[in-house]
Design a protein around this ligand. Structure first.
Ligand SMILES: [Zn+2]
Length: 522
């Protein structure tokens, strides 16, 4: 299994995280967990983008020193990773991690050494919230399309990056698929953008406009790096670019899978500017950029600036972490926009998690206790099972969902199909009737009851294994309840029949307790 490196975009910390970033974290987490279980050397990075003027402005509004605001808000993002059970290996903060400053300096110096950085006067329309310049035709009614505020006219001397020089190489990367943007529609969007012609872009601003906040340009203390230029480099500075680091070699230089998970609003930065910067610095480019859509609420983009956000931590408090992860991975089309409604989360909770999965675990463990003194019986050799066929589809579905393909719904669908099949298996085989017959002296009924219970236990073990990238806590709880250990790696663990003999099976528990009524989750 190859190495695998996955990153999220790093969000601005001028406000608290909303559900859209939770989606990105959970998507990247499912990928990382899948690749770890599949055996590859996996590294998963997230963090916070802190060198932006928006932080200075937010700190002004609150009457705080910038550093205090940034420290406080970065902590809410770090907390969110714990709340959502994100399995990142590293968390980078671009204002406070010295490795990032060292690496960003070296990156700038490498691009300058390649002749790709030059200084010239610049006049443009700048949205202070986006931290980017807009052309007139990109504005909507003269306003930023995302923030609905009028951009400022800014005129100053800036450093520019010679993007125009990389047009052909970028075209080759995209056309050959060496850099693959997922979904295909976004891939074509990037291709069309490059085909229209790429222009050099500004990568610095004056100390005065930056209010002295940000990473100084090497050799020119009057300028700081444009926040995007420094932020994009976090994908390599976190790995130790700029110092001799084996992690950088393993996860960036000698790794066939360099994957970024991002939102559609920042596609151009990650799929055009960033690869060109890497080419300039003499480094390999990302191999796959996975783009998700926006979560809306009442049809409007969930935005902290517009006040239409939902606090993902509050949602977890109301519904439990895996209910929220399940909704994000099963109900949200992974590369399209989706509308969050509480009704949709409540339906997924009740129908799929409580009534289907929770019910299967509860009835299986209670039958083990009632009929077999809390032990999983031994399988009778030669007895085939209808469940085996559904179970044997799991590895391919997981691979299509999180391996070669990208659609976590495919993996979850296969898992919940197996759960549904197991519940029907209980109805069809009627273990309670077998137990009655066994009690009346029917030895054969007893053998068949062993077979049914073993099959249900094996099904639940496989469901627990397969759920690990998606719902890690639920996977652990199912395994603990059955009294089986989850595998360190998936080598054999996804194969039918790997269930160890034994138990004891714990008493029945409600994985997803019945809810009286949907709580107020806003
Ligand atoms: Zn804006």
């Amino acid at each position: 299994m190859d190495s695998f490196y996955v990153t999220t975009a790093i969000p601005y910390v001028n406000a608290t995280p909303h559900l859209g970033f939770a989606l990105e974290l959970v998507q990247a987490d499912a990928l990382a967990r899948y690749h770890r279980l599949s055996g590859g050397d996996t590294w998963f990075l997230t963090g916070t983008d802190e060198n932006s003027l928006t932080n200075v402005l937010a700190a002004d509004r609150e009457g705080l020193p910038v550093r205090s605001l940034v420290d406080r808000n970065a902590e809410t993002f770090r907390t969110l990773t714990h709340v959502l059970h994100i399995s990142h290996d590293d968390f980078i903060r671009t204002a406070t991690d010295s490795r990032h400053w060292v690496g960003a300096h070296r990156f700038w110096t490498a691009c300058a050494g390649a002749g790709d950085i030059y200084k010239r006067p610049y006049r443009g329309l700048y949205c202070v919230r986006c931290e980017r310049f807009y052309t007139t035709d990109e504005l909507v009614g003269g306003r930023c399309p995302d923030h609905e505020i009028e951009p400022e006219v800014v005129e100053e001397e800036n450093y520019f990056f010679r993007l125009s020089r990389y047009a052909d190489q970028l075209t080759d990367l995209i056309t050959s698929g060496a850099l693959r943007v997922v979904p295909e529609s976004r891939h074509r969007e990037v291709q069309a953008f490059i085909a229209r012609g790429v222009k050099d872009f500004s990568i610095s601003r004056t100390q005065a406009r930056a209010r002295g906040w940000g990473i100084p340009v090497p050799g020119d203390p009057d300028q700081v790096m444009y926040v995007w230029f420094d932020a994009l480099t976090n994908d390599v500075t976190a790995l130790g670019y700029g110092s001799e680091s084996s992690r950088f070699r393993r996860s960036w230089l000698n790794n066939p899978h360099r994957v970024h998970v991002i939102g559609k609003d920042i596609l151009r930065f990650h799929a055009v500017y960033w690869p060109a910067m890497l080419l300039s610095a003499g480094l390999p480019v990302p191999t796959r950029i996975i783009v998700h859509g926006f979560l809306t609420r009442d049809g409007r983009r969930m935005s902290k600036t517009l006040g239409t956000g939902i606090d993902p931590a509050a949602l977890v408090t109301s519904w439990g972490v895996d209910s929220v992860r399940y909704w994000l991975l099963r109900e949200v089309p992974p590369t399209d926009d989706a509308d969050y409604t509480e009704t949709s989360l409540a339906r997924a909770y009740t129908a799929d998690l409580a009534n289907n999965l929770g019910n299967l675990l509860q009835r299986t463990t209670s039958m083990m206790h009632r009929y077999r003194a809390g032990r999983i019986p031994t399988e009778r050799p030669g007895a085939g099972s209808s469940l085996q066929t559904a179970a044997e589809r799991l590895p391919a579905a997981l691979h299509r969902g999180l391996g070669e393909g990208w659609d976590p719904r495919v993996g979850l669908e296969a898992i919940f199909n197996l759960v549904g099949a197991a519940n029907r298996f209980v109805e069809d085989t009627k273990p309670w009737a077998l137990a009655r017959a066994e009690g009346g002296g029917d030895w054969d009924a007893g053998q068949r009851l062993d077979h049914v219970l073993w099959n249900l236990a094996e099904c639940l073990r496989l469901v627990a294994e397969a759920l690990r990238p998606f719902l890690p806590q639920t996977a652990e709880r199912i395994a603990a309840n059955l009294g089986v250990a989850l595998a360190a790696k998936w080598t054999e663990a996804l194969q039918w029949g790997a269930l160890p003999a034994g138990g004891p099976v714990a008493g029945p528990v409600a994985l997803f307790p019945k809810r009286e009524q949907p709580p107020d989750s806003t």
